[in-house]
Ligand binder design. Structure first.
Ligand SMILES: [Ca+2]
Ligand SMILES: [Ca+2]
Ligand SMILES: [Ca+2]
Length: 251
């Protein structure tokens, strides 16, 4: 009898846990921001202004999105499948271009976002709906973003591509500080960019593209000039020990 009671209690506890687990839909991976009318804000790897979806991992573990789905159609839940081994780091961000350009890279979905508003759903590999949002009329070059970042309700605001919706910082554990580097010109349209350090110490910097691939790693005193002549159009992330800064390359 006692065992049975213990067992029942365990079931009740599990049910309560599941109920709360469902209620707190903002734990784990969330649809964090969208842009449904990108006129001049940011381009994809092909230099095209496209709709985009930002996901944020609101947890302390990385999540492999391989086999998950993103869709703009509640009647077609497996419309676009994330490629195998699409990993979103803990407290990290990932961008999916909604441009119907599947040939342009792994994270290009086979649908676009309507400026008039529509649905957007995130489905996990088991077929469970993780996120189901409906957005209304959007504005050109504005984001529709959760605030507070990762948990709050959506509002139309200035976009923060692959970065915290409240601060524009690209990772939750990076504290907002004064800029470490002066980057000029930025956006860059030529063949060179000058990085100037605000510190007297030797400055290390690593530069990554939007897919997290390292493009350059260097360290220097005072200032350095980097050759970007063969860098595709897009946003690059300059990581120093202090913070991440963005460099936009436009061709
Ligand atoms: Ca494109
Ligand atoms: Ca659509
Ligand atoms: Ca954002």
């Amino acid at each position: 009898m006692k065992l049975q009671n213990t067992f029942s209690a365990a079931i009740v506890a599990t049910m309560i846990f599941l109920a709360f687990g469902n209620a707190s839909a903002q734990s784990g991976v969330v649809i964090n921001e969208i842009m449904a009318s990108n006129q001049t804000y940011i381009t994809d790897e092909n230099g095209e202004y496209e709709d985009w979806v930002e996901l944020y991992n609101n947890s302390s573990s990385s999540v492999n999105l391989g086999g998950w789905f993103l869709t703009d159609n509640p009647d077609n839940l497996d419309k676009w499948e994330f490629p195998t081994n699409t990993v979103i780091p803990a407290m990290g961000y990932i961008i999916i271009w909604a441009d119907e350009d599947s040939s342009q890279g792994p994270l290009h979905a086979n649908f676009k976002l309507s400026i008039m508003g529509e649905d957007l759903l995130l489905i996990n590999a088991s077929g469970a709906t993780i996120q189901d949002i409906t957005f209304g009329q959007q504005q050109a070059d504005k984001g529709y973003a959760r605030s507070p970042n990762g948990t709050g309700n959506f509002t139309i605001k200035n976009p923060t591509f692959k970065a915290n919706n409240d601060t524009g910082i690209s990772s939750a554990n990076e504290v907002e500080k004064a800029e470490v580097l002066v980057i000029s010109p930025n956006p860059a349209t030529g063949n060179e960019v000058v990085l100037r350090s605000k510190s007297a110490e030797k400055q290390a910097v690593a530069i990554y593209d939007q897919l997290g691939r390292e493009r350059l790693r260097t360290s220097f005193f005072n200032q350095t000039t980097i050759d970007i002549s063969n860098w595709p159009t897009g946003i690059y992330f300059l990581k120093t020990s202090g913070r991440t800064q963005l460099l936009a390359v436009q061709r």
